[in-house]
Design a protein around this ligand. Structure first.
Ligand code: 2IT
Length: 445
């Protein structure tokens, strides 16, 4: 760690005790922006960094609900409104047993830079609950979503804070959340994105994060005169993002050979094609099942652990933070992986990224590569404001353009700060500059 960062991190650590993921995300960004602060001392004197690492607002609330047996359950809800310099707070809601304040703060911090990279007018936020959708009935999910919104509604709004989905929050949950918001405020407004097509949603929103990640990876390959045709790809999560990445990769002639849940993975050496791909589509998004169901249905053994020991040309982690550690990274390198592109948020540990850098593996950071989801959320907001609907082709074209723009911004920024091909440095610096300039222009607020 460089010493100005180490010194600053002492203070951030003292102010955010035990928030491992948040501190990891902050340190990663700070490491990248040291050269910016050296070139632009005005950010230091305006204490932009001190302001930037402090969320504008953190809301934590009780979510009581009644399960199917009549038993009261109590979960914890969060909404972190991190930074509104670029626009209304924007970012997803995550429902997963692992959710805590550190996780939502790291996600909201990352989201601030990601959203800035899209160049659409969106600030950064994130929220969620330690509620697990797995094993719950539809009625329980509805009651939970309504209870969650009974508090969240007072903090959000189409021009204030616009949530969306994330892990554990798909079309069904968005529907229940939106319905309860509308009932409480008596207004039909674009308060949430990822809505159904008949009630304000955008075409391509559900595909956007997965397609966008692949478009970004395509740009990285194209720059080296390569394409996905014939490439072997390992992915992990097979939810909304993972499945749509798989779908686009199949379309481009790649072979996706793995999917994984939290404990096991499936290796399909010939790829998930045709009916197998259709089965993967339903596995989480319709049935909320683990890979055990796939294993039994297709009579393919499931393997314990993570899928990163499987030989591949490209790895696209699509599950959760820190799912690739240094040992996984070494295995990927040893088996010939040349490109790692983050579909999930912060799936590679800093040590894993060091391994990739050391071995010349090209690395696309999530805050750039997976920005397609929130980018199309931004397009959904525009359509809601204009009360219009764009065609599939129109939204997909804009998504491609945005991903290319982000890719080019990362490269050009990295280059201009003397770190050619370092997409992580480029993403952090480009995102930082946009947010920092907006904050400075708006004064001490
Ligand atoms: O991580 C993400 O960018 C998302 N979960 C999507 C956020 C959004 O507001 O669409």
């Amino acid at each position: 760690m460089s010493s100005p960062v180490a010194e600053f991190m002492l203070d951030v650590t003292a102010r955010n005790p035990g928030e491992r993921e948040f501190l990891q995300a902050v340190e990663e960004v700070l490491e990248s922006i040291v050269p910016v602060l050296d070139r632009h001392p005005e950010y230091r004197s305006a204490r932009i960094i001190q302001q930037l690492v402090e969320p504008e607002r953190v809301v934590s609330f009780r979510v009581p609900w009644v399960d199917d047996r009549g038993q009261t359950q109590v979960n914890r809800g969060f909404r972190v409104q991190f930074n509104s310099a670029m626009g209304p707070y924007k970012g997803g809601l995550r429902f997963h047993a692992s959710v805590n304040q550190s996780i939502v703060k790291f996600l909201a911090f990352e989201q601030t830079f990601k959203n800035a990279l899209t160049t659409l007018p969106m600030g950064g936020g994130k929220g969620g609950s330690d509620f697990s959708v797995r094993g719950k009935s539809d009625e329980e999910i509805m009651r939970f979503c309504q209870a969650f919104m009974n508090e969240l509604f007072r903090h959000v709004g189409a021009d204030t804070d616009v949530p969306a989905g994330d892990v554990g929050v798909g079309g069904r949950e968005i529907g229940y959340l939106f319905g309860q918001y509308k009932r409480l405020v008596n207004r039909f407004e674009g308060v949430i994105t990822g809505k159904g097509l008949a009630w304000g949603g955008s075409l391509i929103r559900k595909e956007a994060a997965g397609y966008g990640t692949v478009y970004f990876a395509q740009e990285m390959l194209a720059r080296r005169g390569e394409s996905f045709a014939g490439k072997t790809v390992a992915i992990s999560g097979y939810g909304n993002l993972g499945f749509h990445a798989l779908e686009k990769l199949n379309e481009l002639g790649a072979k996706v050979v793995t999917i994984a849940d939290e404990d096991f993975y499936i290796h399909e050496p010939d790829g998930f094609k045709g009916e197998k791909a259709a089965y993967v589509h339903d596995l989480w998004m319709v049935h909320h099942q683990t890979v055990q169901a796939y294993s039994e249905h297709w009579n393919v053994p499931m393997q314990p652990g993570r899928p990163w020991a499987v030989p591949c040309d490209v790895a696209i982690p699509t599950a959760a933070q820190n799912e690739i550690d240094a040992d996984d990274a070494k295995r990927l390198v040893a088996h010939g992986c040349k490109l790692v592109v983050e579909g999930a948020n912060m799936p590679c540990t800093p040590e894993a990224v060091d391994v990739f850098r050391h071995h010349g593996v090209l690395y696309g950071p999530g805050k750039a590569a997976n920005a397609g989801g929130v980018a199309v959320s931004g397009l959904e907001m525009s359509q809601n404001s204009a009360r219009s609907n764009w065609s599939r082709e129109e939204v997909d074209r804009r998504l491609r353009e945005i991903m290319k723009r982000i890719h080019d911004a990362c490269l050009e920024t990295a280059e201009s700060y003397g770190q050619p091909d370092d997409y992580a440095a480029g993403a952090n610096i480009a995102g930082f500059l946009r947010v920092a300039n907006a904050m400075q222009a708006q004064g001490v607020v």
